[in-house]
Design a protein around this ligand. Structure first.
Ligand code: ASP
Length: 325
């Protein structure tokens, strides 16, 4: 009897509150878009471009908030625990699908703790190095790394970051382990690379395009099947003999579980308009990224892809013996 009273008392206001929200009631104030990595990096760049067009669509400011740390899991946890009112959103990438296998003490569940809004964009990666590194192409790089593996290091944005996964793949393909140095994002890692404190990195084109074009870093290949128009002078890894080294970083938008349906619907409509926006597409396109098609910018499109990616990465990570306590 007592238990029933408690349940009723806590559930009725929530039901009333959720049921009473209409599309007209939202948004009435600015919306936070959490970025799980440092400012100035690839996720931040995508998020800031998206925030401009989402703000126009929603007629409210979407503010980017950098919440870096622990390979993106701090921001993911924060949004999972946020009030489900549509004012705390998360932009995250492939790391959302690798976190369950990589982190033994994950405090959120990617499959149950969110309302999915939709996918945003796919971003290729590049294998880059500090300008002083002697090798001038991929074949030379492989030989050089194998010979000097004790002396070299590879920067990344923490366990589960795209740069971490791409770096692992590279090391396993060339069968040479080198020391990895984690940062809060690849923006600070890029500064370290350009300053010569680290030697190598595998990072998204949204962070590397300008540096490659201006000669501030060396590039050894793009991780796509075909060359990308924005970096057409850079050969693919496959072209240089490393077949199957294809990495594309997918991104999605999340709200916390229980966000009312009219709010989710409004966010989905704004996201769909954003991924079709010519300016958004061309601005991220100049950085090698590709906005997703409208059918992927949906809760179902994100849910399906996330689940498939969790199923794909779990066994690979477990086999590699990678995890954080
Ligand atoms: N997305 C990360 C960042 O924005 C980098 C990564 O995942 O490797 O810094």
């Amino acid at each position: 009897m007592k238990i029933r009273t408690v349940l009723c008392a806590s559930m009725v206001p929530l039901a009333l509150w959720a049921g009473s929200v209409t599309a007209q009631d939202y948004p009435t104030k600015q919306i936070s878009l959490a970025i799980p990595f440092a400012a100035g990096g690839p996720t931040d760049t995508l998020g800031r471009n998206l925030a401009v067009v989402m703000s126009q669509q929603l007629k409210q400011q979407v503010i980017v908030e950098n919440v870096p740390g622990a390979g993106g899991t701090i921001a993911s946890n924060r949004v999972a625990k946020a009030k489900p009112d549509g004012y705390s959103l998360l932009l995250h990438h492939i790391g959302m699908s690798t976190a369950p296998a990589l982190y033994r003490k994950l405090t959120f569940n990617p499959l149950t703790d969110y309302e999915y809004i939709g996918q945003v964009a796919d971003v290729p990666m590049t294998v880059i190095a500090k300008t002083g590194l002697p090798p001038d192409n991929l074949a030379e790089l492989i030989a050089y790394v194998k010979k000097n593996k004790e002396k070299l290091n590879l920067g990344n944005a923490g366990l589960g970051a795209a740069s971490h996964l791409c770096g692992l793949l590279f090391m396993s393909r060339i069968e040479a382990d080198i020391t990895t140095i984690p940062y809060n994002g690849t923006a600070p890692a890029m500064t370290a690379l350009m300053g010569g404190q680290i030697d190598l990195m595998c990072d998204q084109t949204t962070n590397t395009t300008q540096q490659i074009k201006s000669g501030r870093v060396k590039v050894y290949g793009v991780t796509t099947g075909q060359r990308i128009p924005s970096l057409s002078m850079v050969p693919t890894m496959a072209e240089q003999g490393m077949k199957g080294f294809e990495v594309s970083v997918w991104h999605g938008i999340y709200a916390s579980k229980g966000t009312p349906k009219p709010v989710v619907d409004k966010l989905v409509a704004a996201l769909q308009a954003s991924v079709q926006d010519a300016q958004f597409k061309s601005r991220i396109g100049e950085l090698g990224a590709q906005a997703v098609s409208k059918d992927k910018a949906t809760p179902e499109g994100l849910a399906k892809h996330l689940k498939a990616e969790i199923d794909k990465w779990g066994p690979i990570i477990k086999k590699a013996g990678q995890y954080a306590d």
